[in-house]
Design a protein around this ligand. Structure first.
Ligand SMILES: *[C@@H]1O[C@H](CO)[C@@H](O)[C@H](O)[C@H]1NC(C)=O
Ligand SMILES: *[C@@H]1O[C@H](CO)[C@@H](O)[C@H](O)[C@H]1NC(C)=O
Ligand SMILES: *[C@@H]1O[C@H](CO)[C@@H](O)[C@H](O)[C@H]1NC(C)=O
Ligand SMILES: *[C@@H]1O[C@H](CO)[C@@H](O)[C@H](O)[C@H]1NC(C)=O
Ligand SMILES: *[C@@H]1O[C@H](CO)[C@@H](O)[C@H](O)[C@H]1NC(C)=O
Ligand SMILES: *[C@@H]1O[C@H](CO)[C@@H](O)[C@H](O)[C@H]1NC(C)=O
Length: 736
């Protein structure tokens, strides 16, 4: 959907088209049909055994044990998400239930999908009392993919004890508390192991666990009233959630629930990204041959692995939470929250290295897990695996907010700051020098994904409740987690300090991601000596270097380095020019509109990075030349059509199109680097700017030209990139 708005009051100077933010895709939706609910209840019970309760006509009730059988238990256990039953109980073994006795004389065959389908006396027709409530014991093996919502541990947190309460974020040590349907409770620590701690730390976003000084806590906790809900936790350490560990529930508030024990206390080791102590930070290295790409938040993205100095992706066959957790932990996050398949966080471009990754969960790296090598036919990038990792709660979103916008994804940025009296207050940021990079950090800190735009003026938004300007000169690299990590002026200095010139953002859950096909550049490169009489149009569009002006037109020629550019959108949103149609420029010579003034830079660099051929800024007419299977074209240049590049499509600028070249007439023979940068000024939001540059080693002997090692900016390892950068110099030395 397009939303347009004017960015000049009197004349509609240019219309800005924005894509309205789309909410992030939610994980598999729950079926809407009112299904019969089944749960395990009573005490003492385990996650896989207990009194059977059914939710029918808005009321929980029990089943009478008359005629009960293992076949009945099998049907019920499967409804509870277990593969089968190992037994059943009678005479209210787990205590008496309350309310209705819904079913009596139940006689299942064993294969029914639901207890409703079994023979019985009918709903609510029973002559039993609750002394006869039936229970089941299920085999402790889950039906794959089943989520238990009844014995759900909704959330886990660490409560630091008073002496440590003032410690900075994140909270890494404290009493474990679990949230269940009636509130928060503690875990009895009898039999507690470091493996349990590992699971808790993973859920809270920490890769490693530490030993804790129990005696310190004991003194303190003995004087407290404790509420235990869970005991006998026995995790393997590879689970991604406490609920996946064998454990038992005790009656909440039962004082006898943990005789001889105390509340479980854990201590976790944060990853380097979340560590305050910079000394430790250096010691703790995260994996350098695994990375996440294309996620809109910290700790999520497509999984990429490094092999032979080149990055590639992982195919999603058998991709699961255990393997995803190994990736998360080796990158300094906790266990995995989601293991995503089907290129859900965007498709990669390079090689695919792994398939059928089968981690146990204890491996230090995904490279230590069993996997299969890929043969070309096995997998496509449509199947790229991705992860969402648990990350520690840092509270960063509490010190930033946006106001005045039309949706919750846009507005003036306000930060919480301390005034001279030490009181906290919200204030605006000066719009001068505010760019997409700063907006990227603001959107990340707000938890709203990518920056669609960074705005230097925000007068067109509601300004009834504006605050003072408290920050100016903000300069970010773009990768910071919060604005406080960016540079800014010590004291506020803003030329136009009125609220209408305050910095604003428009955030989005998705963004495009443009990538040039590097191998096509390498394959299509050649030199052409083009007669000047064929270059009038090109000269008019500034596609030749300055010396062309001094040529003896129309006699002579220019030497052109030509190649094809195929630009793919591998992101999750269409790439659309920032400016609306009204500001597109008609290029009479070429007979089409250019929607972006500077869309790419074409440069030839020498060993020290100096440009040797005059950089040429190409403006494009953007369209879908072609698309991958199953995607249809949406944008075309002809007839003042809509311009852009659809996700899964590419725009091909063939080598024989006018201006698709670098004018190398004045370049001496030698070794160079050919560099093409797409969207160089960050004009349009992308999920990843590190892959916007494409580089090749270039050898020119005065007659012919060769390209080697063409690759996009983030395709090589750092070491390989350093070697690549040295190439021109090294060869020069060898030649001289
Ligand atoms: C258990 O303790 C909580 C206090 O944390 C209280 O609110 C609740 O009513 C108690 N429940 C029972 C059954 O005593
Ligand atoms: C996968 O390929 C690598 C070489 O790239 C080889 O060393 C390894 O043995 C192969 N593994 C399997 C399971 O084929
Ligand atoms: C600081 O406190 C004093 C006295 O309460 C007050 O007059 C002054 O306005 C305060 N300054 C700020 C910046 O809030
Ligand atoms: C402005 O602030 C007042 C008081 O805090 C509030 O009642 C009002 O709704 C706000 N107006 C807008 C447009 O946010
Ligand atoms: C890139 O170009 C090469 C050479 O024409 C082609 O074989 C390859 O399929 C292209 N890559 C993509 C992702 O389209
Ligand atoms: C870079 O190289 C060019 C020529 O190769 C030379 O003129 C220039 O001084 C060099 N610049 C630096 C900073 O080394």
């Amino acid at each position: 959907k397009l939303v347009a708005f004017c960015v000049h009051i009197k004349k509609c100077l240019f219309l800005v088209y924005l894509s309205t933010p789309t909410p992030s895709p939610s994980p598999s939706p729950q079926p809407q049909t009112e299904k019969l609910k089944v749960r395990l209840a009573g005490y003492p019970r385990k996650h896989n055994e207990g009194r059977i309760e059914l939710f029918y006509k808005g009321e929980w009730g029990t089943i009478c044990d008359d005629d009960f059988s293992l076949a009945n238990a099998n049907v019920l256990c499967r409804q509870l998400g277990f593969v089968s039953a190992t037994g059943w109980t009678h005479s209210a073994k787990y205590g008496k239930g309350q309310g209705k006795i819904w079913l009596d004389n139940v006689q299942c065959g064993g294969g029914e999908k639901s207890i409703e389908l079994c023979k019985s006396r009918g709903w609510g027709n029973s002559d039993c009392t609750h002394d006869e409530d039936a229970g089941v014991v299920c085999k402790d093996e889950r039906i794959p993919g089943f989520v238990d919502s009844n014995n759900k541990i909704e959330e886990v947190r660490l409560r630091p004890v008073v002496a440590m309460a003032k410690k900075k974020m994140p909270i890494t040590e404290g009493v474990v508390e679990v949230k269940y349907k009636d509130g928060w409770a503690q875990i009895c620590d009898i039999g507690w192991t470091i493996k349990n701690t590992r699971v808790v730390c993973g859920m809270l976003g920490f890769p490693h666990e530490r030993k804790v000084n129990k005696n310190f806590y004991k003194l303190y906790l003995e004087r407290q009233k404790n509420y235990f809900h869970i005991h006998s936790v026995a995790c393997l350490g590879t689970e991604v959630h406490l609920a996946a560990c064998p454990l038992e529930f005790s009656k909440p508030n039962a004082t006898s629930a943990c005789t001889g024990g105390m509340p479980a206390v854990v201590s976790c080791m944060p990853g380097p990204l979340f560590m305050q102590n910079s000394g430790l930070k250096k010691k703790l290295k995260i994996s350098s041959n695994v990375r996440l790409k294309g996620g809109s938040r910290v700790g999520e993205g497509r999984v990429e692995v490094l092999k032979d100095n080149e990055w590639g992706t992982v195919c999603d066959d058998r991709w699961n939470l255990q393997s995803a957790s190994v990736v998360c932990r080796e990158l300094g996050f906790g266990s995995a929250k989601e293991a995503l398949t089907g290129g859900r966080l965007g498709q990669g471009m390079g090689p695919i290295y792994m398939n059928e990754v089968k981690c146990v969960g204890q491996e230090r790296s995904i490279w230590n897990c069993p996997f299969k090598n890929i043969t070309m036919e096995d997998c496509q990038h449509m199947e790229d695996a991705a992860v969402r990792c648990n990350i520690p709660y840092m509270g960063l979103e509490n010190t930033i907010r946006i106001t005045g916008g039309r949706t919750r994804y846009e507005g003036r940025v306000e930060v919480l700051s301390l005034d001279s009296n030490g009181t906290q207050s919200w204030g605006l940021i000066c719009g001068e020098s505010w760019t997409t990079k700063e907006a990227m950090v603001a959107c990340r800190q707000l938890g709203l994904g990518y920056a669609n735009q960074g705005l230097q003026e925000t007068w067109y938004w509601d300004s009834s409740n504006v605050t003072e300007m408290v920050m100016s000169g903000v300069k970010c690299t773009g990768s910071e987690m919060s604005l406080s990590q960016c540079q800014h002026h010590k004291t506020v200095s803003c030329q136009k300090a009125a609220a209408k010139f305050a910095a604003g953002v428009i955030c989005s859950e998705t963004a495009s991601d443009l990538v040039l096909n590097a191998s096509l550049v390498q394959q299509t490169v050649y030199i052409e000596d083009r007669p000047l009489h064929m270059l009038y149009c090109a000269a008019e569009e500034d596609c030749l270097s300055k010396s062309a002006a001094k040529a003896n037109w129309p006699y002579g020629h220019r030497r052109l380095l030509r190649f094809s550019s195929q630009i793919h959108n591998i992101g999750r949103a269409d790439f659309k020019p920032k400016a609306g149609r009204h500001s597109w420029v008609w290029h009479a010579c070429h007979g089409h509109y250019h929607s972006m003034d500077i869309f790419t830079h074409y440069d030839l660099l020498n060993a020290n990075g100096t440009k040797v051929a005059e950089g040429h800024k190409a403006s494009f007419c953007l369209e879908d030349t072609d698309c991958q299977e199953g995607v249809s074209k949406r944008y075309e240049c002809a007839n003042f059509g809509d311009q852009g590049i659809t996700v899964g499509c590419w725009d091909l600028y063939r080598h024989d199109i006018d201006c698709q070249w670098i004018d190398i007439t004045d370049v001496k023979p030698g070794n160079y680097i050919l560099q093409v940068v797409i969207n160089p000024n960050y004009e349009v939001a992308e999920s990843d700017f590190t892959n916007n540059a494409m580089k090749c080693n270039c050898k020119y002997d005065g007659h012919r030209i060769w390209l080697h090692n063409c690759h996009i900016g983030d395709a090589f390892s750092e070491e390989a990139e350093r070697r690549f950068e040295k190439y021109p110099g090294q060869l020069n030395n060898r030649i001289s």
